[in-house]
Design a protein around this ligand. Structure first.
Ligand code: 4HQ
Length: 234
């Protein structure tokens, strides 16, 4: 999987060069190519933004500069994603679909955004990471690269992909490690029992309980037994 990132702040992406994604980059399981949009300014002062027609606060990125940056990386197989609060909200199912692509171009707006004409010309999908306003599309692009890369073969274990929040449409059950007693609090007895039928049952009930508490809308299409209803409401 190749990510080309069009941004005015390529150094922000150094944050992804650590840990799991850092290893995936070093082993060439994924590739992240950072393009500084400013390099495509033809202006002697390297200007990339200008005031908005019709008035209003702030500056917009110019279409010609963004278009030239795009042309430097576009390919037959590339899909262009613009990160913006106006986009469709990113979900785990969308993340899985994007992981099937071979070449994603992520366009990061800064300031008040980008001239609509170049967006209409080059953007395939507009994606938001949630209903709040950020100062730029760089952090959303990093969120997308991180979440999509987990589904690229070899980046994490197959087990880790399966056993996670949302994988069954539910939030994840609580987990414990040593010490067995921490500040007087013991690990739940069932997890030490070695009885995997009981452990699986307890984990499903705990998943249902935390989902009911924090994200009840995720349970709307799930038929629950009386035992499950009693457990989650107590
Ligand atoms: N912005 N999800 C404004 C976001 C955002 C979001 C990125 C701020 C684009 C121009 N992007 N710029 N939320 O708030 O993706």
């Amino acid at each position: 999987m190749r990510f080309d990132v069009l941004t005015l702040f390529p150094e922000m992406f150094n944050a992804l060069k650590e840990s799991v994604i850092g290893r995936a980059l070093n082993s060439n399981l994924i590739e992240m190519n950072l393009i500084n949009i400013r390099d495509f300014s033809k202006d002697k002062h390297k200007k990339v933004d200008d005031t908005t027609y019709g008035g209003g606060a702030g500056m917009l990125m110019r279409p010609d500069v963004v278009y030239d940056a795009y042309k430097s990386v576009k390919s037959e197989k590339s899909k262009v994603i613009y990160l913006s609060p106006k986009g469709k909200v990113l979900t785990q199912n969308k993340v899985k679909d994007l992981a099937k692509e071979e070449h994603l171009i992520l366009l990061c707006g800064h300031y008040e955004g980008i001239d609509q004409r170049v967006l209409d010309m080059i953007v395939d999908e507009e994606i938001s990471i949630g209903d709040y306003v950020l100062t730029g599309g760089e952090i959303p692009a990093m969120v997308l690269i991180d979440s999509v890369s987990r589904y690229v073969d070899g980046v994490i274990t197959e087990e880790s992909v399966k056993e996670e929040s949302f994988s069954e449409g539910l939030l994840e059950y609580p987990q414990y490690t040593r010490p067995e007693v921490f500040e007087g609090i013991s690990v739940p007895e069932v997890l030490k029992s070695g009885n995997h039928q009981n452990i699986d049952k307890w984990r499903r009930l705990e998943s249902l309980k935390i989902t009911y508490k924090n994200r009840p809308e995720l349970l709307e299409n799930i038929e629950l037994t009386q035992e499950e209803l009693d457990y989650i409401k107590k």
